[in-house]
Design a protein. Structure first.
Length: 138
């Protein structure tokens, strides 16, 4: 039982399902917390440096309000400080071995070994779709 990629790995961490977190020593993703000043809501995104240059990330698509960056931190720095709060062990790998290189190229350089099976596809389901499917059922 495992997960890989930033999205599934963060979902697994938040669910407390990852026993061992595996991260490439040169993983270059950023953790960005964006605040909507009108609604005062926070949204956390994990982005590459290239993705951070996209101006649409900093505007609310519905209201066109400029969003403010509340926090910007290298994922590696953040996870070193936070992995214990998720109940996980942290292992760094290098891409200098064949296995490490395959992990970085094939799985994106981040993943985890799970304590228990987790249905990631159910975690992705938007709330609106769930309500619609309930209505269709009745």
């Amino acid at each position: 039982m495992y997960c890989f990629g930033i999205k599934e790995t963060i979902q697994g961490l938040e669910a407390g399902a990852i026993e061992t977190l595996i991260v490439w020593e040169n993983f270059e993703m950023m953790r960005v917390v964006i605040r909507n000043p009108h609604t005062d809501t926070l949204e956390t995104k994990f982005l590459t440096r290239e993705e951070m240059k996209d101006p649409t990330l900093y505007k609310d698509p519905e209201t066109n309000v400029d969003l403010a960056i509340e926090q910007e931190q290298c994922f590696l720095d953040w996870i070193v400080m936070q992995y214990k709060s998720f109940g996980s062990k942290l292992e760094f790998i290098t891409d200098r071995s064949q296995e490490g290189n395959q992990f970085v190229k094939g799985f994106g350089g981040v993943g985890g070994l799970l304590r228990y099976k987790l249905a990631f596809d159910l975690l992705d389901e938007p709330e609106g779709d769930a309500e619609e499917s309930d209505e269709d059922f009745m």
